[in-house]
Design a protein around this ligand. Sequence first.
Ligand code: NG1
Ligand code: ZN
Length: 537
Amino acid sequence: ETQIASILKSSELYPIPQSVKLSYGTAGFRADASLLESTVYRVGILSSLRSLKLKSSTVGLMITASHNKVSDNGVKVSDPSGGMLSQEWEPFADQIANASSPQELVSLIKDFVEREEIAIEKGGEVWLGRDTRPSGERLLRAAEIGVRSVLGSVAVDVGVLTTPQLHWMVRAKNKGLNATESDYFENLVTSFKCLIDLIPINKLEISTLVLDGANGVGGQKMEVLRGYLSNLDVEIRNTGRDGGVLNEGVGADFVQKEKVVPLGFGVKDVGMRCASFDGDADRLVYFYIPSESCGDKVELLDGDKILSLFALFIKEQLNIIGDEGKQCRLGVVQTAYANGASTDYVKEMGLEVVFAKTGVKHLHEKAEEFDVGIYFEANGHGTILFSEYFLSWLVGKQKDYSEGSDKHNAVSRLVAVSNLINQAVGDALSGLLLVEVILQHMGWSVQKWNELYKDLPSRQVKVEVPDRTAVVTTSEETEALKPLGIQDAINAEIKKYQHGRAFIRPSGTEDVVRVYAEASTQEDADSLANSVAQLVK
Ligand code: NG1
Ligand code: ZN
């Protein structure tokens, strides 16, 4: 009874705003920050319950709207494994976020607690992180109150972090490992150095990488990390300290979707190796400005190209290990947004490719089925997962092979990759370090890397519609089932173009319908995207 009173009392502080219907979506709740306090408070309650359900394991709660505009914010939950909140709990998240009164909220919670057999005796533990958005602090307070309104539960404010840092820390904590932010950095530094030391001959002078920090948390963390690293020369722009606005004309989402340089980059950077993070540093893309450009157009190396580089490197190590290495099931997971040329490339390498719905939770799940599963969204969110079984096999081999032999080195490289790359979730910082060390290993420039395959020209546009839920797609999102007849019309457009491919889907994070088109020339891709967009309007 005191428990019920506690939630009733605190929820009076956070009345739900009129006329918003929120949905947990592709990546948690997102909206204009001014609408979110009651939602974040309620997700605080949910996080405590999630922790209690899982024997008081630590759960993470992240306040961020990633690549969206600075006035937006959002909230998402990290499960104790460091992965996304179990999808089974999403309907409950939707229900409580939209409960219209404290009484309704309490009754939903009561039913759920009973159904899930959650014992509110011990306390739960929730770690709270946020990105650099100005609304973050206020929302974090609301989350704390939500967490603590479940009696006995503790809220730990772990401060301003990238999303992947929080996921990593939660995962480490629950594995009984050292789990502070400095442990995170130390882990990156150690495994990066290990991979550098295993480079056969240093073929390349280390050239400067220029990083666009999206005016967010990632650039600031990179400044810290850079201080501990040798063998990496990085110049960081758009740190948010020089007056720039988060994600405005900068960042991975902007560069990938618009294919133009972020603010602060131009002719002076022609040919340089450049990279962009998104607002919470879980996305990474590379680019360079080609010499024939007037300093605005970029040659983009997106998530697909990063995936291809990782796949190539891992495959090379497995080949060195020989017959036993070839038994490793190395697989790739992509979405419908993957450039067709990248899929062909990894297939030609002999890898298995599977497709998942948009949203990393879907990709992550499928990647877990492999010994080594590499997943990436074209937008630059991805990572590499190593199965426990395969990792212990590797560690065993490290003892079998004689130190300094080629096989020993290959095995050690794979172990180091598994430590460097964030096993919880896609992480721009760790991804960047892996790209950098592989390029040094190969002795490649960014241009050389780009030549792995040539992207089919593509175009993405978004269409604002009164009701995006009117669009319903098949499970892999490549075909629209509703509105009736629209897929036939799309197919008719596709037929007009060589290598044409196009699909539509409702966004899970914005109130829009997204259109994607690919064709053999940029003009055709643009025109296909536009005519499909017309059909949606
Ligand atoms: P939506 O809005 O559902 O398309 C976007 C990205 C996803 C994922 C989420 C989470 C595209 C086309 N979609 O989802 O891949 O990253 O945001 O941030 O880039
Ligand atoms: Zn993000």
